[in-house]
Design a binder for this molecule. Sequence first.
Ligand SMILES: [Zn+2]
Length: 215
Amino acid sequence: MIVLLFFGALTGYFLSQIVLYFPDFPFSSRFHTCPTCSFRLPLFHFCLIVGRLLTKHACPSCHHHLPWFLTGLEIGFALLAYGYLEHILSFPVVLLLGLGFVLSLYDSAHQEYPLLIWVIGTLFLIPITGITPFSLLLLAFGILAFIFPIPIGSGDFLYLASLALVFSFQDMLLLIQFASLSGILYCLMKRKTNETIAFVPFLWAGLILITFLSL
Ligand SMILES: [Zn+2]
């Protein structure tokens, strides 16, 4: 079990570095440096979970706090590995939750959709789940949204297409309704009714909801 938890946390760490140093490849010269002052961070900062908790997420040079998602991704992926190991979550659901976490961070932090990460995640899913007509329809909507700008981003449709590989039409309707409602509530609370919001995090929250409901 410890090996799988370590592997989960390590996967989270690797993905957090990709998100943090976006759009550079993680093995660029900025890798392992403070995003604010470019100070090269000591190696113990990168000891999984423990290192960041001991250093309180702070850069020793400028004392700028590193983003919370560094540890969040490590803990999140370790929990996903635990859920899979204990047969609480199936591999496709683990993959979708992990993919949704990373895409949500990209969408929130950079308002970007890393197509390569979506393609890799979905290619892992297809041999297990097969392709469903509903996922193909959502994929077509995603391509159309890319060509013709509409209020919903193409990335949202692409993530929905991945979700439709695993979940039934009824589950998808529940997920979309929950995501839309929470998105509207967020806009009303933040008074951002005229601004574009990142919608993938709300789809991801909907995925967490239907995953819990199906346990
Ligand atoms: Zn710094």
